[in-house]
Design a protein around this ligand. Structure first.
Ligand code: AMP
Length: 329
């Protein structure tokens, strides 16, 4: 079975965009691949989070991924900083990663521009840490968005370079796994564009019913259709896309027919949409709360994940040490 590894950025709560664009596919993948998920807390240090921030976001991610259906028996979830072997591989890869190539990585250049007061070495060597995370388990596939493509190229370059320097066929080149082509794009309800945390238009899986209703009732609309069967402008199209995602086909067809014959009332549509979003989120929200309250269980999941990940990384690093000329672990 092919090995898949995916890092999760600890950047706050999951929203509907994350769920339908990524997490739902992860849940499916755990039955089709030998999957592992890790919470990238070392990577998050590039932005200097507080200890409390780190602790809270690790707990939140664990609870939310479990609530969405990740089964730690099938797909271990571990915290990156629990698997020290990765750091050792990070060091070895850094010895053969060159300043020029690291400086040319677009995400580094972007970060250096947006946070000029904090262009730290961790930011520069983000691609080597990412490569170490994946190569430590000799994974075959990594689910990534388009923005990670260059980091994937670097990972393959480091793998090839290691093999060439030591004249071995040790690392295979991990491939990007794009589920984003198949996954839906969840729109924002603020008129245009997609749903996102940084766009400030996200509906979170943990939002309560009143919050969901407030966010949906605020959605941007217009004065209504002025012609029969007219094309929908973007804000309205986005509302219908949301209906398509969370409501039944009958509900979608009902409002779509109303739009086409110009009798639609956006207030009614929004009320239905809010109710359907809530019906979708409610069971997940309840599970999130239950997992958040069960700290012992979360600790057990992380510990079990760390054990499985350490075992796999330990084996790789033992071999890497021998290849380099060090004593095996
Ligand atoms: P982010 O929280 O922005 O780092 O997103 C993590 C992942 O969630 C992305 O790589 C996408 O796969 C997915 N995602 C985020 N927002 C959306 C959206 N509005 N529609 C579909 N997928 C999304």
């Amino acid at each position: 079975m092919e090995k898949v590894i995916s890092g999760i950025r600890p950047t706050g709560n999951l929203h509907l965009g994350n769920y339908f664009g990524a997490v739902k596919s992860f849940v499916k993948m755990q039955d089709e691949y030998d999957c592992m998920f890790f919470i990238a807390d070392w990577h998050s240090l590039t932005t200097h989070p507080t200890p409390e921030n780190i602790r809270r976001s690790v707990r939140t991610i664990l609870a939310e991924y479990l609530a969405c259906g990740i089964d730690p028996e099938k797909a271990p979830i571990y915290v990156q900083s629990d698997v020290k072997e990765v750091l050792e591989l990070y060091l070895y890869l850094n010895m053969n990663a060159y300043l020029g190539e690291l400086e040319r990585v677009t995400s580094f250049k972007d970060k250096a521009r947006t946070q000029p007061d904090n262009v730290n070495a961790g930011l520069l060597t983000y691609p080597t840490l990412m490569a170490a995370d994946v190569l430590a388990h000799k994974a075959d596939k990594v689910p990534v968005g388009k923005d990670q493509e260059q980091n994937m190229e670097m990972m393959r370059l480091f793998a090839r370079r290691f093999n060439r320097i030591y004249n071995v066929e040790f690392f295979r080149e991990p491939q990007s796994y794009h589920f984003s082509d198949k996954a839906v794009k969840v729109p924002g309800l603020d008129g245009s564009g997609k749903m996102g945390k940084s766009e400030g238009n996200a509906i979170y899986l943990c939002d309560d019913e009143a919050t969901i209703k407030k966010k949906v009732m605020r959605a941007v609309t217009d004065a209504g259709p002025t012609m029969l069967n007219q094309e929908k402008p973007e804000p309205i199209r986005n509302l219908f896309t949301m209906l398509e995602i969370v409501s039944s086909k009958d509900t979608y067809d009902y409002f779509n027919d109303q739009y086409n014959n110009m009798t639609v009332r956006y207030g009614d549509l929004k009320k239905q949409l809010a109710a359907d979003i809530n019906a979708f989120c409610a069971p997940i929200r309840e599970k999130i709360m239950a997992y958040q309250a069960d700290e012992d269980y979360l600790l057990r999941v992380a510990k079990q994940g760390a054990e499985r990940a350490s075992e796999s990384a330990h084996k790789t690093l033992s071999e890497v040490r021998q290849i380099i000329g060090f004593r095996a672990l």
